[in-house]
Structures are given as C-alpha cells and as structure tokens.
Write a protein that binds this ligand. Structure first.
Ligand code: FAD
Ligand code: UDP
Length: 409
C-alpha cells in the first residue's frame, strides 16, 4: 500500500486521526510499538474471561456531545456512573468530598444548608491559588487536605502537592450536596463491547493498515510518507535534545479472585494514607459483566516504565514549550495526544484534539473537501455483552434528554 500518512501510536489520538484521514481518501499506515491497538485504553479478557484494562481503569465521560456522537459510529454504549470511596482511618467514604464524607469523618450531621459554613470555617484562604496544595487548603482546609490529598498525591506523583500545578487537584471538586459520582459529565457511558472492539471498528477501513510491535525510531530513516502524525512522548521525537521531559508511570498488579461475588462496594477505592498503591479498581463494576469470580487491579505509581502522565508543574511546562517550538517548525509532522502535547488529557479531550488535528492535516495536504466528522446518535443498551447487569442498570434517560438537561453541546 502506498502511504500518504504515517500515524505513530494506535491510541485514541492516533486512531481518530487515522480514521478521519482514511475517510477522506488518504492511505494511512498506523504503527505502535505495542502489539495491539487502543493505546492505554486497550482492554481484553484476562485468562479467566473477565474484561480488564491492562493499563489501568478507563471510564469514559464527556460533556462534548460532538465527541460522543463521533465515537457512536463505532460503538454502542452502556450507562455507567463511576463512584469512588477513599479509605480514611477505618472508614470508606465518598471522594470527591461531599456532605456525607464530612459527616462520616467527623461524626457530624451537616446538611446542604450548613455544609458551606463548615467549609468556610475550616478552609485556609489562598490567593493566588497556584499549586495543588493551594487548591485544597483554599477549599477544605488542612485536616481534610492531609486525610484525602497529601498522601495520595505524594504517592501518585512522587511530589508534594505544593510542587504541582493547581490543575492537578482541581480535577477533584468539593461538593456541598450528597452527589457521590466521581464525574458529573452529561455523557457517562462505557463502550458496550469494550474499547478494543470500538478501536477495531474505527480502524477497519481499506485505507488503513496497522502494524503492531513497530518502534518508530527503528524505522524513521526509511519512512516515505507525505506527513507523520506522532502521538508518543514529544521529547523522544527530538532525541531529548533539551533534556528529558518528566512523565510518570504506573506499575499495575492485576489479581483474579475466584468465586467472589463482589470485592468492593464501588468501582474504585482510593488509599490516600495506607499502602504503596494509590487505588484498587474492580472491573466488573465498570463493565457490568457477570462472572463467578472477579478481577481487580492495584496501581503503584513509579518513575520508570511506560510514560503515562505528563507532570503538570511550571518547570515542566517551560521545558515542554521549548519542544513545542521545535514542533511548530517541523511542518512534516503533527504532534497530537496526551504524550505529544504534554497535556493531562482525558480520553474525550484526546478525541477532540485529534479531530481538530485531522482537519488541520487535511487542509495542509491540500484537500478541499474537509468535512466535519460524521456523527451518529449514541445508541445505548442497558446490558453488557453476554451478561446480565447486576446492580448497575439504573440507566435510563435517553441521551438527547440527558444532554438537554445539562445543556451540553
Ligand atoms: P496513548 O493511549 O498513550 O497512545 C500512544 C501510543 O503510542 C501508545 O500505544 C504507545 O505504545 C505508542 N507509541 C509511543 N511511542 C511510540 C514509538 N516510538 N513507536 C511506536 N509507537 C509508539 N481517561 C479518561 O477519560 N478516563 C479514565 O478513566 C482514564 N483513566 C486513566 C487511567 C490511567 C492509569 C491512565 C494512565 C490514563 C487514564 N486516562 C483516562 C487517560 C487516557 O488513557 C488518555 O487520555 C488516552 O488514552 C491517551 O490517548 P493517546 O492516544 O494520546 O495516548
Ligand atoms: N487526588 C487525591 N486524592 C484522591 C483522588 C485524587 O489527592 O483521593 C489528587 C491526586 O493528586 C490525583 C489528582 O487528584 O493525581 C487527580 O485525580 P484523578 O482521579 O483525576 O487521577 P487519574 O484518574 O487521572 O489518575
């Protein structure tokens, strides 16, 4: 196959760009150094037949209905709202912090009328709010900061919250109601047959070829393509010429528990203060799969290993900017995605960035038939494949209604 565009990386960013270019008649070769498509969102049945996420739990949520509609061309959906508990002392309490969290930690009986005054009485006002420590102290004060954020953050990043940008802790809101969902996005659904199946459909086009187990750097001299889309770490592309850009990694420990109906009450339990791991996720909550046993994963953050997280702090942003300046001059390549743009993107943000990048590339390649991404109305089913859903089928608002309720576009 003649190749117009080489896409490095078959995760969300690479797959979306490849699909868009292929639809517009471009021949695309997608490579990944891993043997499979899907990037970090890849899922597969473990040896016991339970669908797991080898690279950590991935829960899809978005307020971008354009993104949901785009992905709906490749998957049906199953309603799932993620819930997380944090172990503080001997209790498992809701995180994000809400009224029930405060009441259970302190033995209080606060209500929606009184909880704001409570936060006001314990918070340590900070101005300006620059670091993740500032964010949390400013909202809930020192005791809740130490119980829920300090230890978790130090484990996750190997840094104190005072050394991380505000944007990291700002991902976790503080609630003055009883809402114990981890996310409040308008669209909270998992791909019905899993992420990998969705990627298979996305890349199933006569203009796309995928080659797994191929490292870009072992073949970059031999590439004959009009354009490259690169979704790996940006510093590696430029041979780390300004020094290494820090990325945080995670070591995942998967475990199967036979004949176990349910390991934990909710999808994820966070351990801010105990153990070397940050959290345990039980996959059956996420997928709704029924099975006589259950599979869980523990996350041990580390520096060495595959790059998973950009590390948001001013000096890293400054270093990234130097690489970004090189990237601007390298017109033969487009950098897109969490690693290449050094942005703490969720999956939906990668899709949004990739759709935008694809439009730019099509313009640059001189096509005049750039069209907006085709969209489908999300199709929702309340059942997971080959299973009944135990406790998680409370779905039912239709999507347009759900979107209309929140005004999502
Ligand atoms: P990736 O998925 O990392 O894909 C990049 C690909 O490029 C990789 O497959 C890699 O092997 C390949 N590659 C890199 N260098 C080379 C090379 N030299 N040659 C060939 N191939 C190369 N987001 C959510 O929205 N919800 C969640 O619940 C969620 N949970 C997460 C949990 C964890 C533990 C992690 C790490 C991330 C999570 N995310 C979540 C974020 C999500 O994983 C990312 O937003 C998204 O998957 C990134 O897609 P990407 O294509 O940009 O990068
Ligand atoms: N965080 C924390 N305690 C928690 C949950 C989150 O301190 O119980 C902080 C921590 O710094 C974490 C960040 O908030 O890295 C973002 O959390 P999120 O759950 O979004 O992380 P991700 O799922 O991306 O790993």
């Amino acid at each position: 196959m003649r190749v117009d565009v080489l896409v490095v990386g078959a995760g969300f960013s690479g797959a979306v760009v490849a699909e868009r270019l292929a639809i517009h008649g471009r021949k695309v070769l997608v490579i990944d150094k891993r043997p499979h498509i899907g990037g970090n969102a890849y899922d597969e049945p473990d040896e016991h037949g339970i669908l797991v996420h080898p690279y950590g739990p991935h829960i899809f949520h978005t307020n971008g209905m354009r993104i949901a509609r785009y992905l709906s061309r490749f998957t049906e959906w199953r309603f799932y709202e993620h819930r997380v508990r944090a172990k503080v002392g001997d209790r498992f309490v809701p995180i994000p912090i809400n009224i029930d969290t405060v009441n259970r930690v302190y033995g209080l009986s606060l209500t929606e009328e009184t909880v704001a005054a409570f936060f006001e009485s314990v918070r340590e006002p900070r101005s300006p709010v620059k670091t993740s420590e500032d964010v949390v102290l400013n909202a809930v004060g020192r005791d809740l900061y130490e119980k829920f954020f300090r230890g978790y953050t130090r484990k996750q990043w190997g840094l104190d919250p005072s050394e991380l940008s505000a944007s990291v802790a700002a991902r976790i809101p503080v609630r003055t109601n009883h809402d114990d969902r981890y996310f409040t996005d308008a669209f909270q659904y998992m791909p019905l047959e899993g992420y990998t199946r969705m990627f298979e459909r996305m890349l199933d086009h006569r203009n796309i070829r995928f080659e797994g187990g191929v490292d870009f750097f072992s073949m970059r001299q031999r590439i004959r393509a009009s354009h490259i889309v690169y979704t790996g770490p940006i510093d590696a592309y430029f041979d780390h010429c300004f020094g290494k850009l820090p990325y945080r990694s995670i070591h995942f420990e998967h475990e199967h528990l036979p004949e176990t109906g349910q390991y934990q009450e909710v999808g994820t339990v966070n351990f801010p203060n105990d153990y070397d791991y940050t959290r345990i996720t039980e996959f059956r909550h996420l997928t709704g799969q029924s099975h006589s046993g259950t599979s869980i994963v523990r996350e041990f953050p580390c520096d060495d290993g595959d790059p998973y997280y950009p590390v948001p702090r001013p000096e890293n942003e400054a270093l990234f900017k130097r690489y970004e300046a090189l990237a601007r001059d390298a017109t033969e390549v487009t950098f897109v995605g969490r690693l290449a743009q050094y942005r703490y993107y969720n999956m939906d943000q990668c899709v949004g960035a990739a759709l935008k990048a694809a439009e730019g590339i099509l313009e640059r390649l001189g096509l005049d038939d750039v069209q907006p991404a085709q969209e489908s109305t999300p199709r929702v089913r309340a059942t997971a494949p080959a299973s009944s859903i135990a406790d998680h089928s409370r779905h039912d608002a239709s999507l347009p209604a759900a979107a209309a309720r929140t005004g999502a576009t």
